[in-house]
Each structure stands twice: as structure tokens, then as C-alpha cells.
Design a binder for this molecule. Sequence first.
Ligand code: MG
Length: 389
Amino acid sequence: MNNLKITSIEVDEFKYPLKDVTKDYNGFNLVYKKNSTQTAVTYALKVFTNQGITGTYIGGDSPSFAQFNMFASYLIGKNPLHRELIYNDIKRALRKFDKMGMGPIDIALWDLAGKYYNAPIYELLGGWKTKIPAYASTMHGDRNGGLDSPEAYAEFAVSCKNMGYPAFKIHGWGDYKLDEEIQTILKVREAVGNDMDLMLDPACEINTFLETVKIGRACDEANYLWLEDPYKDTGISIHGHKMLKGLIKTPILQTEHIRGLEEHVNFIQSGATDIVRVDPAYDGGITGAMKIAHAAEGFGLDCEVHAPGPAQRHLIASIRNTNYYEMALVHPKTSTNGTIIDEVYENYDDSLTSINSQGEISIPSSAGLGVEYNWDFIEKHKTGGRKYE
Ligand SMILES: [Mg+2]
């Protein structure tokens, strides 16, 4: 029996500029704009133990860490290898909330376990894949000379195909025009030909169910692999998506915006999605994500992992019923691709060009998450923090 115990936990907030991006029509979607800057806010979570082994997670948002405040003191003195116990205790403690606070700590505990056993996380999960095909998942459309027309998307899709990407996913415009959105679906297919998988993710911007049906029928016509979270129910209506499935042929991908194992099973069992979505940061960490992937497996469905990141790579390497890694949010004119920029890491990156010529990414092979962080960069941009002991 090991006597490993958590002695303290530190959470630091840090902020840094994102270049050549702005926000779109109502201030929420990150979109391209040359020479414009946005501020990213993220968090570094570090778990310390009585044996000098630590676990780290970088990412997350302020609501997640507000929830973390509710249960951080429970973790002090716990054995960090008891992830199933911790998952269940925290889940019950957060039962009134969306439980987003569970993900960061669980991923840090997996990182710690990997360091304790001196093995990468995918090995602890029974993973075997060494390479995973990635899809280029675009930034939202803009009106600033970037992805600003169906032709611009088509041109970018062709350049991604030439780089080796086997698949391309469109995030359309926030202030969409239905005809322009449909033309984009058709023009991108016309430009890339039939040997590239295409997907559409309006990210819940489409206003009505009937507009969604029209978009779904364009996806049918252009032989899209999936349609994801199309309309403003925000991806959570079981009834709405069951009806949509009956009206279009394109497989739909839902469950990015419902949280945790039981809600995913409710959605699947109701027949409201063709493909299951999971995110380790949103759905109870690597522990929670594996439960959802295996639940999907039990229903005979695939489970696609949301967003790029080290935890996602270890997960996909260890799940049979999954297809692609999401390289998001890529753009032809800015290397900014979301909140976690490459400067945060020493030896890891998620960007348009971090694939091999077959369009694949690799799995970090050193202990835990297998990534090193640039602590000088993080310290320099630190804006606040809290220590729990
Ligand atoms: Mg999505």
C-alpha cells in the first residue's frame, strides 16, 4: 500500500494577448481581424503530495475554478490515486451545478498517477494508438478579410487537404445568412472533391428548426460526415434532435453541451444523436470521459473527443470507437487558435501545422500527460492565484 497523500494545491490565473483576433457580432465568438488583440485568461492547477510527486493541468475557465473552490479542501489529505472515489464524492458535492469543476482536477490527478507509475496516461488506460488522424476545425467566419465568404472557406479547405488533413470542419458565421451558410457547405465540397470528410458545426447559431432542416439537407446533398450542434436550443433538446434525425440523412453529433455520464446516456438512449461527444475538461476529466466513451461503445456508437489538447490525445489513443482529433480553431491568416497558445508549452503544440504529411498527430510518450510547460511565461503573465492546504 502506498501512503501517497495530497498536501497542497495551487491554482494560478494568467492572462496574455491573442494576436490578430477580435470578437464577432455579439461579443462571444473569437474571429480573425488583422492587428486586433484579445486577452486570454486561463489557469494552472498544481497538486502537491507528501512524496514530492506533482500533477498539473493547464486550461479551464473561471466557472470551473469557482466550483473548484467548493471542494478543494476535501482533497487535502486524500490519496491522489483514488480517482474513482474522488470523482464520485465531488460529483455528489456538485449535484446542484453543471460539474465543470470536476475536469481540471481529475486530469491533474491522471498526470500525477502517470508520474507515480512512470508511464504516459495512454499506457495506464490500455491505449495502443501511436498516430491519430486530425481534422482541421476552422475558426468562426468573419467579415474582416479572413474566412469571409464561401470561396474563402473553399480555398482554405483545399489548402488543408494539400497539407495532408483527411477532414475539414466548418464553423460558420455567428451573424450568418442562411444562403451564404448553404453556399459554403456546397462550395467546400465542390472544391475538395469526394475524398475528404467534411463536417459542419454552426455552434448553435442557427435561429430556427426549419433553417436547421434546410442546412441539414444541404449537408445531405454534399455528403457531409456529420452535422453538429446546429441550432439555438444549444444542443440540449432531446425531442428536437430526434425530430431532426428523422428529417435529414447526415449523421448528427450532439452532447457537447450536456454534462456527465448520466446525461449522455439519457440522450443516447432517447435516440437523439448518431454520434456522441465528450470533452475531458467538461465531463469529469479523463475518468468521466472514459465512462462516456465506454457507455457509447455499449450502445454501439462512436464517441468523438472535443477540442485539441494533451488529455484528448491520450484519450483518443485509448478508445476504439472514435475517429478523429479536432485541431481547432484553425485559420488561414492567424496562428491564434484558441486560448492555450503554444508559448504555454515547451515541447508541445496544437496548431494548423502540427500534423505529419498524412494529417496525423502523435501521442506524448513521457510520464503523465507527457508535456512540459513554460513556467517563465506563465509566471510573467500571472494575475492572481490561490493556495489550498
Ligand atoms: Mg462543437
